[in-house]
Structures are given as C-alpha cells and as structure tokens.
Design a protein around this ligand. Sequence first.
Ligand SMILES: NC(=O)C1=CN([C@@H]2O[C@H](COP(=O)(O)OP(=O)(O)OC[C@H]3O[C@@H](n4cnc5c(N)ncnc54)[C@H](OP(=O)(O)O)[C@@H]3O)[C@@H](O)[C@H]2O)C=CC1
Ligand SMILES: O=C(O)[C@@H]1CCC=N1
Length: 272
Amino acid sequence: MQHRKITFIGAGNMAKAIIAGLVNGGYPADLITATSPSMKQDSPLQAQYGIHCSNDNVESARQADVVVLSVKPQMMAEVCTPLHQQVDLRGKLILSIAAGVSVARFTQLLGPVNLIRIMPNTPSLIGLGMSGLYAPPQISPQDREFTAQLMQSVGEICWVNEESGINSVIAAAGSAPAYFFLFMEAMQNESERLGFEPETARLLVQQAALGAAKMVVNNPQLDIATLRQQVTSKGGTTAEALRVFNEHGLSETVASAMQAAIRRADEMEKSL
Ligand SMILES: NC(=O)C1=CN([C@@H]2O[C@H](COP(=O)(O)OP(=O)(O)OC[C@H]3O[C@@H](n4cnc5c(N)ncnc54)[C@H](OP(=O)(O)O)[C@@H]3O)[C@@H](O)[C@H]2O)C=CC1
Ligand SMILES: O=C(O)[C@@H]1CCC=N1
C-alpha cells in the first residue's frame, strides 16, 4: 500500500488498536506519530511500536500528510480549534474515527478540509477490525483508496454512501465487540457458578465463541440460522436454552440495543 506520514491526535484505546494493527501489518513505524497531553517522547507506545510520540498536537499535525482525529467526541472542538488556527490543513487528508461528530460539524471546526469519517472497532488491534468508511463527494479517488487500504491493513472495510450509515456501522460493528464481551462475561460467570475454575470457565466460553465465529466465516454459503439449526437437536438441550432466550425476547433486545446506539450517535451529532 501507499505510505504517508500519519499523526494520530489522541492515543487512547482505539488509536492504539489501529497503530498496533498497522505496525504489526508492516506499516513503517517511523511514519506514524501519536499525541496526547500526557505523552512523553519515550512513552511505552514508542518503546512497543517504534512510533514517534509527542504532546504537541499542532506541530505533529503540521508534519503529517494524514491527521487522524482520535480523541473523545466531547474533546473534538477543543482539539480542532488550535489545528484550524495554526496548521495549514488544506493539502492534508483528515480522518476522523469519532462517533457523533458529523462532517458538517468538522467543517465548522476546521474549515473546508478533505475529511473522511471512519468507524473502526478495537479488534483492529489483532488485524480483525471492521471499519465503516464515509467520504463526502468531493474527496479524491486517491484519498479514498489510501483510506481504504489503511483500514484494510487492520481488518475488513465497507463504504457507506450516506453519512447516516456511519451510525448504523456503530450499532453493527463499532460498539459490537462490547455486546459479545457482555454475552461472554455472562456465560463465564454462570460457568463459574456451575463449578469451573475461572480459567476453565473462560476457556470454555472463548473457544465456543471463537469456534462459532470461525464457523460463520468459513461457511459463507450457509445462513447463520442454518449453523444454529445444526447445533439444535430436536427435543434436546440447545432447543431448551434457545427457548429461554426467545421467551426473554433476545432478538428484540438486540434490535433495541442497536437502535439505542444509533439514537445516542444521532444525539451526539446534534449536541457536540
Ligand atoms: N473505543 C472504541 O471501541 C471505539 C472508539 N471510537 C472513537 O474513537 C475515539 C477515541 O475513543 P477511545 O480511544 O475509546 O478513547 P480514550 O479515552 O481511550 O482515548 C482518548 C485519547 O485522547 C487523548 N486526549 C485527550 N485530550 C487530548 C488533547 N487535547 N489532545 C490530544 N489528545 C487528547 C487522551 O489522552 P490522555 O489519556 O492523556 O487524557 C487519550 O489518549 C472516540 O471519538 C470514539 O468515538 C470509534 C470506534 C470504536
Ligand atoms: O462507545 C462509543 O461511543 C465508541 C464508539 C463505538 C465504540 N465505542
């Protein structure tokens, strides 16, 4: 892939996951800088990945071809104001990974910039990320291609044609690792109550989850429903467990939870 100088403004959970995925995938660490207020030049991120670390957003953005805005949505205005005032952003590609901050809001904060919104998720850390991408019509094919390749180097991608699609990606993938972690936590807890040591309880759950996910990935010709049916013997144990899930409205709960994530992203877009 093409290599450009990238600065991450904000070096928290999500930025670190992308940086780790990029460096482990062979992106030159020397071309990557990460900033945060508490960052020292010899931070653990520097030692671990060999990237540049700084607490100077403005200077680090000046030196970059690509600026990745990776602070919390609530910090975005405070972070963007000095960039707008002190950095010539016109020739740069700006990538935002923030939930709830729209292209229109970025135009208010930064002026007319080349900005692509990305909605990644934390499995990017291990090269198994899922990112949704939205580019306004004026973005060049070169910048689209670079962004696609960048995120493909840490997982799978899909483009959305409308900006509102980013909020749907949040519901389906950005927030989704937490849904599966919650489910796995509940299973691990119950396995411990059944008498397994915590380590064994975790092993049972993680291997079942990994195996199920791999079955889905490796059998694209089969509906997920078919894979479920293959486990479910008539009159057997799985049928009983699934009956309880259904009685408690699992599908409706999942749908409501995903809608709640979208509603929150919409609210943030109006308030930030
Ligand atoms: N976590 C996730 O799974 C996902 C997150 N996102 C998006 O990613 C963004 C970051 O989220 P996440 O990584 O979870 O958040 P974190 O709180 O883990 O990271 C935020 C980072 O921003 C830094 N920061 C705070 N203020 C400044 C500043 N003025 N200048 C530069 N850096 C600053 C923080 O530094 P310090 O620690 O020193 O305060 C920290 O490194 C959010 O916008 C979120 O919507 C998107 C998809 C998934
Ligand atoms: O919880 C959040 O708001 C962010 C966006 C998607 C995942 N984490």
